[in-house]
Design a binder for this molecule. Structure first.
Ligand code: GDP
Ligand code: IMO
Ligand code: MG
Length: 436
């Protein structure tokens, strides 16, 4: 009986979290766009302008870095929660693009979101330069340095721009930055940050952003209390999670579903659905281990057909075969209630395809990702070969999907333990086939 009430209670709790299950760029933006019209609000809860979420309207392409992918939907509130690394300069540019298209923007930003300042972007570059061969391949969006300042409790939050002691706060932070520039980076630069100039720039940006600042926490909880649908939009992917990803080749935030709780201020019991987005293959941009990377010929074929070039940096994304141990791992980390498989159309017409079902390391077989990171680095993927499927795009009914693809979905479900809810069949908002 208790279980029955628990299930009934859960089914009416309206929060859905959308997260990437791989190394990012799985198509989260497209899926959020497809689901947004059913929601009263969409909340970006972590990451920053390192993200690039692509949404199509006919031929027109929008690449959102900070704005939630709901901004094109009338009647849906877009929220930037406190866990987001907020680069005001870039956000204002994004807002301008939307306004240039004569679209109204219903956006509320948490005053507790932390700021990425221009020197953070610059220091991101300097640090990558210092790492040389060991560089992480960051997006240069200042995410690491800004998150470091946040965690060291010296960062500047959006709300601080409205407080009287802003200049003092900036002077303290910049004083430290200049000392670091002197001590650590003096061999590559003699430049110093001018706190007064930074203050003046921030005051100008403050006036432009002022109308969007509001109490996001109360808005989110009021919506939940009113049983409205709330969609939480994750950025990056589970393998880029600061704690559980391929450290140090990760981003500086938690990207897994639990991050929605700590970064937007919810409890786990308030989340009813976790949707994992998984490409039918895998891509990775930036450095770090990538066990199932395809050979050059396949890599090029999939990259070209899938237009696998970064939405933020334009860098080519490396392509690999679907990795079941990673998907099982992502399932454990996120507790997926369902998975949406994207870009299955790209593998169509390419012949037989491979899937990695385990990794071999030091004489042992691994179906689950172990905590020993040497297995990530040195494990040899073990593949099965599956029949492919013909070329197609834009199918909207499950039963119309090619048989080979439906078999692929069955295989992925039985080997990984995830439940596939839908297959995305093209970049457009309606290109999706839900499993009945
Ligand atoms: P995100 O960061 O997870 O939002 O993904 P990106 O937008 O960076 O990259 C995904 C790319 O694939 C975008 O260009 C999307 O328009 C595109 N896309 C998403 N789903 C599909 C799909 O099912 N088929 C095809 N062909 N393209 C897709
Ligand atoms: P979306 O939300 C793909 C990668 C970078 C680099 C690493 C660290 O579009 O899926 P950072 O700039 O965060 O310090 O870089 O993380 N990375 C992404 N890769 N998609 C993303 O976002 C990414 N955001 C960061 O390429 O390897
Ligand atoms: Mg992306």
């Amino acid at each position: 009986m208790l279980l029955f009430y628990l299930i009934v209670e859960l089914s009416i709790v309206p929060v859905t979290v959308v997260v990437g299950s791989q190394w990012g760029d799985e198509g989260k933006g497209k899926i959020v766009d497809s689901l947004a019209s059913k929601s009263s609000m969409v909340v970006r809860f972590q990451g920053g302008a390192n993200a690039g979420h692509t949404v199509y309207r006919g031929e027109k392409v929008y690449k959102f870095h900070l704005l939630p992918c709901s901004v094109l939907h009338k009647g849906v509130k877009s929220i930037i929660a406190r866990g987001v690394a907020l680069d005001l300069e870039l956000l204002l540019e994004e807002i301008k693009q939307i306004e240039n298209d004569n679209l109204d923007i219903d956006l509320v930003i948490s005053p507790q979101a932390f700021l990425v300042l221009p020197f953070h972007r610059w220091m991101d570059k300097l640090e990558e330069l210092r790492r040389g061969q060991e560089k992480l391949g960051t997006t240069y969006r200042g995410i690491g340095p800004a998150s470091t300042d946040r965690i060291a409790r010296r960062g500047i939050r959006l709300g601080h721009l409205f407080e009287d002691n802003l200049l003092d706060r900036i002077k303290t932070l910049v004083g430290r930055v200049n000392a670091v520039l002197d001590g650590v980076y003096s061999d590559v630069t003699k430049r110093k940050i001018n706190p007064q100039r930074l203050y003046e720039d921030l005051i100008k940006q403050r006036e432009l952003i002022r109308k969007y600042v509001g109490d996001t926490h109360n808005l989110i909880h009021t919506a939940i209390e009113n049983k409205e649908e709330v969609l939480m939009e994750g950025a990056q992917g589970s393998m880029l999670d600061l704690g559980f990803g391929t450290y140090p080749y990760v981003t500086s935030s938690h990207t897994i579903s639990g991050s929605a709780c700590v970064n937007a201020g919810l409890g786990p019991s308030q989340i009813s659905q976790v949707l994992g987005i998984a490409k039918a293959y895998v891509t990775r941009v930036g450095a770090g281990p990538f066990p199932t990377k395809m050979n050059d010929e396949w890599n090029k074929k999939v990259q070209d057909k899938g237009k696998e070039f970064g939405a933020t940096t334009g860098r080519p994304r490396d392509c690999g075969w679907l990795d079941i141990p990673l998907l099982r791992y992502a399932h454990r980390l996120n507790g997926f209630t369902g998975v949406i498989l994207t870009k299955a159309d790209i593998l169509g017409g390419m012949g037989d395809i491979k899937v990695c079902t385990s990794w071999n390391w030091n004489g042992s077989e691994y179906k689950d990702v172990p905590e020993d990171s040497r297995v990530w680095d040195e494990g040899v993927p073990q593949y099965v070969t599956l029949e492919g499927w013909p070329d197609f795009s834009g199918i909207q009914k499950w039963n119309n999907l090619p048989e080979g693809l439906r078999k692929y979905c069955d295989f992925v479900e039985s080997s990984s333990g995830v439940k596939i809810l839908a297959v995305s069949t093209g970049p457009g908002i309606d290109d999706i086939a839900w499993k009945e």
